[in-house]
Design a binder for this molecule. Structure first.
Ligand SMILES: Cc1cc2nc3c(=O)[nH]c(=O)nc-3n(C[C@H](O)[C@H](O)[C@H](O)COP(=O)(O)OP(=O)(O)OC[C@H]3O[C@@H](n4cnc5c(N)ncnc54)[C@H](O)[C@@H]3O)c2cc1C
Length: 385
């Protein structure tokens, strides 16, 4: 068996790359190898939020372009991902954070046409009377942000890739990347060699282990996060709300199109790749924080809790492309640090150009892996959840 390109990982990142590669070059022999089933990892376990508001310029630029591609996906693939652009509302409780929002708005967001609306506490209370805001100092509303259904995006990419004779092998974990001299030779699956000229590692939280096996140590830490839905009620929480009180532990909450109240807190964070199980600690911390912010949720029952991994890089920004010191033909797209779903479309688009034509777009350059050895970290700190 010989392929032009093998992609390791059938999550939204691997499938977006596969989709754009086939779109650009339909005759290429491309296979995706997935250890379990399509979307087994974070791609079907996430909050499905998309935003353009980051604190670093490279992420803002990347997210704006990814959002544009995401919103055109329905007409492009025929799969409607049910976009809902209800905005993000950050509730801010300290002066330093407030000033950071002010300066980022002035220096970056306005420059790219995604400025935010600043609200004083009385405006927040008037507009969102269901919130118990405590000693709020400001609300910040980002209108371009919202939600898109993650399953539709992941399966749209898979479906369109297969339609063009791309191959997806489920329940076939890649055991090892094969290197011959200074070139990638393929992968080992079920003890057999599958040859390929190029191999892309898009294995989410498992990428670090796969790369370490061939002597490349990416600065990544997987961290398990939990998320839950409460029973559905009439739609009233319009934006995604992020409560930045210290003791709210990164609480975020919204409603799904079905009316379920969905949200999370950043606690307890368990580092490493473990079973996808859940903890009472998470649920009790979340329940306390969410009912303080929206007391009317007190009587709602919990429908479901689940977990998935954030794959956190040292600068909270993704790693895409290749380092010229790596074996020829080896690429990565990983380390999305809790915002990989929204970055998937532009990742696939840019990675396909790079893999096929060796073209490094300027929007991709800051995310190349050599930034770590060259000390050019991105310094993104706006991670939600
Ligand atoms: C609770 C939670 C909420 C989130 N909320 C958001 C959000 O609102 N918005 C957002 O943009 N992002 C969010 N994220 C992050 C987002 O889900 C991820 O960044 C994104 O899904 C990463 O996609 P991926 O394809 O890189 O990884 P994954 O979806 O994890 O896919 C990796 C795949 O690789 C496979 N694999 C592993 N090892 C091997 C192997 N050896 N061989 C073959 N296959 C292998 C796995 O089985 C898996 O299917 C959230 C994540 C979590 C956990």
């Amino acid at each position: 068996m010989k392929y032009d390109i093998i992609i390791v990982g059938g999550g939204v990142i691997g499938l977006s790359i596969a989709y754009y590669l086939k779109k650009e070059s339909p005759s290429m022999k491309i296979a995706v190898y997935e250890a379990k089933y399509i979307g087994y990892g974070a791609s079907t376990r996430n909050g499905s939020h998309i935003r353009v508001h980051f604190w670093s310029e490279p992420n803002v630029v990347f997210a704006i372009k990814s959002r544009k591609l995401m919103l055109s996906l329905g007409s492009e693939t025929g799969w409607n991902p049910i976009p809902y652009i209800g905005g993000y509302l950050w509730l801010i409780y300290d002066e330093e954070t407030y000033q950071t929002y002010r300066s980022t708005d002035k220096d970056i967001w306005k420059k790219y046409g995604v400025g935010v609306e600043f609200m004083d506490p009385s405006e927040v209370v008037e507009k969102y009377p269901y919130l118990n805001v405590g000693r709020l100092i400001a609300g910040v509303f980002g209108r371009e942000d919202g939600k898109i259904h993650h399953d539709f995006v992941t399966y749209a990419y898979a479906h369109k890739f297969m339609e063009k004779k791309g191959i997806i092998n489920e329940y076939t974990p890649v055991q090892k990347i094969l290197i011959d001299g200074n070139r990638v030779k393929g992968v080992i699956v079920s003890g057999k060699t599958i040859e390929a000229r190029k191999v892309v590692i898009a294995a989410g939280a498992w990428s670090k282990r796969i790369m370490k096996d061939i002597g490349i140590d990416l600065p990544l830490t997987p961290a398990r996060k939990e998320l839950s839905v409460l029973e559905p009620v009439k739609f009233f929480i319009k934006p995604l709300i992020i409560d930045m009180r210290e003791d709210s532990r990164g609480l975020y909450v919204c409603q799904t199109p079905r009316g379920e109240v969905m949200g999370s807190v950043d606690y307890p964070e368990i580092r490493g790749t473990y079973e996808f199980n859940n903890t009472l600690k998470y649920l009790s911390t979340y329940a306390k924080a969410v009912t303080r912010l929206i007391p009317s949720l007190r009587k709602l029952r919990v429908l479901r809790v689940w977990s998935g991994d954030y794959n956190i890089s040292i600068d909270h920004s993704h790693i895409m492309g290749r380092d010229e010191e790596w074996p020829e033909g080896l690429y990565v797209a990983t380390g999305y640090s809790g915002h990989g779903f929204m970055m998937a479309p532009y990742t696939g688009y840019l990675m396909s150009k790079y893999i096929l034509n060796d073209y490094i777009h300027r929007d991709m350059e800051p995310f190349l892996p050599n930034r770590f050895r060259e000390g050019k970290l991105i310094k993104e700190v706006m991670v939600i959840g």
